[in-house]
Write a protein that binds this ligand. Structure first.
Ligand code: TRP
Ligand code: ZN
Length: 475
């Protein structure tokens, strides 16, 4: 069966074994190591990045510039050994700060090579460096940890994070699963470059994003090294492990492609993956240059997962994707990955854009026009799920992957296109991708940009399509 990421086709794992609540390690050691540093709230990094949908996701007080992750995964025992080295910068004075890490056992933390105190509290790993960090200080955190990673269950019931499969693990962290396999500042507000060194039993392959910089087999194990140079949100990191066939080539634009395919999905995947260079070329023509040095696909056989994810520079699919899913996940490379969210409430900037790209692809490749797709959706009665909530305000983390975000989000862009015309519409999408390339964007910034480039007041349009409750009336 081929995979579609459409919500209707999504299979969810309704009930996952709830993770045992971790016993909290005594805090005395951490407190002692504070060495007299003031413990006023003003010098403690916040436990979350301030996102009401996922209040504990991310952390305050520092920015991670780079993650260097060294992992060893035993596919039969499902045991993971990890060392994470984070290069960070304090954005305030810090006597203590948090990382997100759920489950797993931490065996040591150092800050700038000095042993640091640490304690656990739910998904927070609280670190007390020997000396308080001053605002603007660069520092290096090393965390050694191990255990059997388990996925987290999202508010909508889906599994997210390190998801074991019969031959390895499907690893996808949206919105909060990164913390199931490495200690991180997991909110997409914080973007970082990454290096991955992943050791797996010989015969298995470990695939991350970015460039494959090394592969080495010794004593029955193979180590894969991947380098992701462009800034990436933690949820877009993967280290998917399985029995994969690797295909490598460089596109005429110089993009290094790696496709990793589970042989059980190879037959269905082949005709779709063959189109990847032309899909990327078509999307580049529309949106501007592809934002990363690397590209590709990870096609796993993970029948329990039920969705694909736009992992940066190399989407991961739970099964051979259909063409529209390939178009969707690669559109996210511009919209969601290169231009990232600052708040999960703005999720339509990811899903609405990737969905609208599917509509445009269809329109320009002999399928139904975007207008036709719009009309078919608009014909749905007022009580349909499509109108359950406005896409600019999903209300909670439970709704962020529901049909209003995808389909009404795409309808919003179609209305914008109708209001400003094709030329201005494409100019807006291109400017969005280039002006925010490698960074972030908010809905308010998108509206402003659309108004600036079209010379039109679009407040009513965006209000109606993004924020008004219920099925909008046609203008
Ligand atoms: N962002 C993915 C896509 O649309 C979908 C997705 C990621 C998802 N994680 C999820 C859907 C968790 C449901 C649950 O391409
Ligand atoms: Zn998507």
């Amino acid at each position: 069966m081929t995979s579609s990421r459409r919500p209707a086709a999504r299979r969810r794992i309704a009930v996952l074994r709830r993770e045992a609540v971790l016993a909290t390690v005594p805090v005395a050691v951490a407190a002692l190591l504070g060495a007299g540093a003031p413990t006023a709230a003003g010098t403690t990094g916040a436990a979350g990045a301030g996102d009401p949908y996922f209040p504990l996701s991310g952390n305050g007080g520092y920015h991670v510039r780079h993650y260097d992750l060294t992992l060893r995964y035993d596919t039969s025992s499902r045991h993971l050994d990890g060392t994470a080295v984070l290069t960070a910068r304090a954005t305030q004075r810090l006597s203590r700060f948090d990382l997100d890490l759920k489950g797993l056992k931490v065996t040591g933390v150092t800050v700038d090579h000095a042993t640091a105190g640490f304690t656990r509290s739910g998904q927070e790993l609280l670190v007390t460096p020997r000396h308080a960090l001053h605002e603007g200080q660069s520092f290096r955190i090393t965390v050694t940890y191990n255990g059997t990673p388990k996925p987290v269950t999202d508010p909508d019931g889906s599994a997210d994070g390190w998801i074991p499969t019969d031959d390895g693990a499907f690893v996808a962290g949206e919105p909060q699963g990164a913390m199931t396999w490495f200690p991180a500042n997991t909110h997409p507000k914080d973007k970082s470059s990454y290096d991955f060194t992943i050791t797996v039993p010989e015969g298995r392959t470990a695939v991350a994003g970015g460039i494959l910089t090394g592969q080495h087999t010794a004593h029955g194990r193979t180590t894969f090294r991947w380098h992701q140079p462009e800034p990436m949100a933690a949820y877009l990191a993967t280290a998917t492990v399985g029995k994969f066939t690797l295909e490598r080539y460089t596109t005429p634009d110089g993009i290094q492609v790696v496709n990793a395919v589970d042989p059980r999905e190879a037959r269905d995947a082949a005709p779709v993956l063959k189109k990847l260079p032309s899909v990327l070329a078509w999307e580049s023509k529309l949106f501007g240059p592809y934002p990363f040095r690397a590209a590709g696909s990870i096609v796993d056989h993970a029948p329990d997962v039920g969705y694909a994810l736009e992992t940066q520079s190399r989407p991961v699919y739970d099964a051979a994707p259909d063409l529209s899913t390939l178009v969707h996940e690669n559109a996210h490379q511009w919209f969601g990955d290169s231009v990232a969210l600052t708040a999960w409430k703005d999720i339509w900037l990811n899903e609405g854009f990737a969905t609208y790209t599917e509509w445009l692809y269809s329109e320009q490749h002999g399928g139904p026009s975007a207008q036709k797709t719009f009309d078919a959706l608009y014909a749905r009665p007022a009580g349909d799920d499509l109108w359950a909530f406005p896409p600019g305000d999903p209300g909670s983390g439970k709704n962020i992957f529901d049909t209003p975000v995808y389909d009404r989000g795409a309808m919003t862009l179609h209305e914008l296109r109708g209001a400003v015309g094709d030329r201005a519409f494409l100019r807006i999408l291109r400017a969005w991708a280039s002006e925010h390339r490698g960074g972030h964007g908010t809905t308010a910034q998108f509206v402003k940009l659309a108004e600036r480039l079209s010379g039109k007041n679009l407040d009513a349009l965006f209000h109606t399509w993004l924020y008004a409750k219920g099925k909008p009336d046609r203008a």
